[in-house]
Design a protein around this ligand. Structure first.
Ligand code: MG
Length: 265
C-alpha cells in the first residue's frame, strides 16, 4: 500500500482529470477531502474483512469524485472503471452509489450520514464485532438538526465504534459558513455531547492517521481543518469552485500546479 501522502497526490490528479473530462463541478469540495480519504484508505479503514469490514459513509456525497479517485489510487477500483465517471450506465457519478464496489451507502441528501453511521456502529455492537463506522461530514452538515440528534444519541450510548470526521473548510455552496451560520466552536459542541474530540490539520496525513486510528470509550469526532480546493491555488477558498467546471486553460494550470515540486510530505 502506498503512503497516504502518495495516495493523495495521485488522487488529486485523478480528480482534476476526471472532473475536466466529465465537465462537472464540486471540484473544490472534492479537493478539500482528498487527504482525509487517503489517510482512511492508507491503513485506518479495514475494508478487506468481508461482512465484518469497517463501514464508511461519505455523508457529503457531492465529494464522491475524491472517494473514487482515492479508491483508484489505492488499486481498489480499476482506472477503466473510473473512466466511466458520469457516463451513461455507470454507477460512478457525482454522488456515491452503493452498487459500486467499496461503497456501502448511497449518499447525497445532506445531513443524514451521521445517523447512518451511528446505526452501523450500533449494529456492530449488537453483533459483538470490533468493526468501526466512519462518517465524513461537511462542516455545513452541522447546520442540520438530524446531525445533532445522531450526535446526542451516540454520545449518550457511548458508541465507541463511531467516528465522525468533519471537513471544516469554512464554505458551503455559495457562502462562507461564518456568514451563513456560524458553527464555532465545533470541538466544544461535540465535547458537550459527550464525544471524544481531536482537532487536526486536515491535510496532514500523518496526524490524520493518528487521530482516525484512536478509539476510546466514546464516539470520536475528528475536527479536520481543511482548505477548500486544496492543491489548486485558484480554487483555494474560492466560492465559485463549488459548482464550476474547468475550462481547458484552467485544467492545464491545475495539472501544472499539481506536478510542481511541493514541500507537502
Ligand atoms: Mg464546507
Amino acid at each position: 500500500m502506498m503512503s497516504a501522502a502518495s495516495l493523495a497526490r495521485r488522487a488529486r490528479h485523478l480528480v482534476i482529470e476526471h472532473a475536466y473530462a466529465a465537465e462537472v463541478g464540486h471540484i473544490g469540495s472534492a479537493l478539500s477531502i482528498v487527504d482525509l480519504l487517503a489517510a482512511l484508505y492508507a491503513g485506518v479503514l479495514r475494508f478487506d474483512r468481508g461482512d465484518d469490514r469497517d463501514r464508511f459513509v461519505l455523508s457529503k456525497g457531492h465529494g464522491a469524485l475524491a472517494l473514487y479517485a482515492v479508491l483508484t489510487a489505492a488499486g481498489l477500483l480499476d482506472p477503466t472503471e473510473l473512466a466511466t465517471y458520469c457516463t451513461d450506465g455507470s454507477t460512478i457519478a457525482t454522488h456515491p452509489e452503493h452498487a459500486t464496489r467499496y461503497v456501502d451507502f448511497s449518499t447525497g441528501s445532506l445531513g443524514q450520514g451521521l445517523s447512518v453511521a451511528a446505526g452501523s456502529a450500533l449494529a456492530a455492537r449488537l453483533d459483538r464485532s470490533s468493526r468501526r463506522a466512519f462518517a465524513l461530514l461537511s462542516d455545513a452538515e452541522l447546520d442540520e438538526g438530524a446531525t445533532w440528534e445522531a450526535a446526542l444519541w451516540a454520545g449518550h450510548s457511548r458508541l465507541d465504534g463511531l467516528t465522525a470526521i468533519i471537513d471544516v473548510n469554512g464554505q458551503q455552496a455559495l457562502g462562507y459558513t461564518a456568514d451563513v451560520l456560524d458553527l464555532e466552536p465545533i470541538a466544544d459542541k461535540f465535547l458537550a455531547f459527550q464525544w471524544a474530540v481531536s482537532e487536526v490539520d486536515g491535510h496532514d496525513t500523518v496526524a490524520l492517521m493518528r487521530a482516525l486510528s484512536a478509539r476510546g470509550e466514546r464516539p470520536t469526532a475528528v475536527v479536520a481543518r481543511t482548505t477548500f480546493g486544496s492543491g489548486v491555488s485558484f480554487m483555494e477558498r474560492s466560492l465559485e469552485w463549488h459548482y464550476r467546471p474547468l475550462d481547458e486553460s484552467q485544467y492545464e494550470t491545475a495539472i501544472q500546479e499539481l506536478d510542481a515540486p511541493s514541500d507537502r510530505g
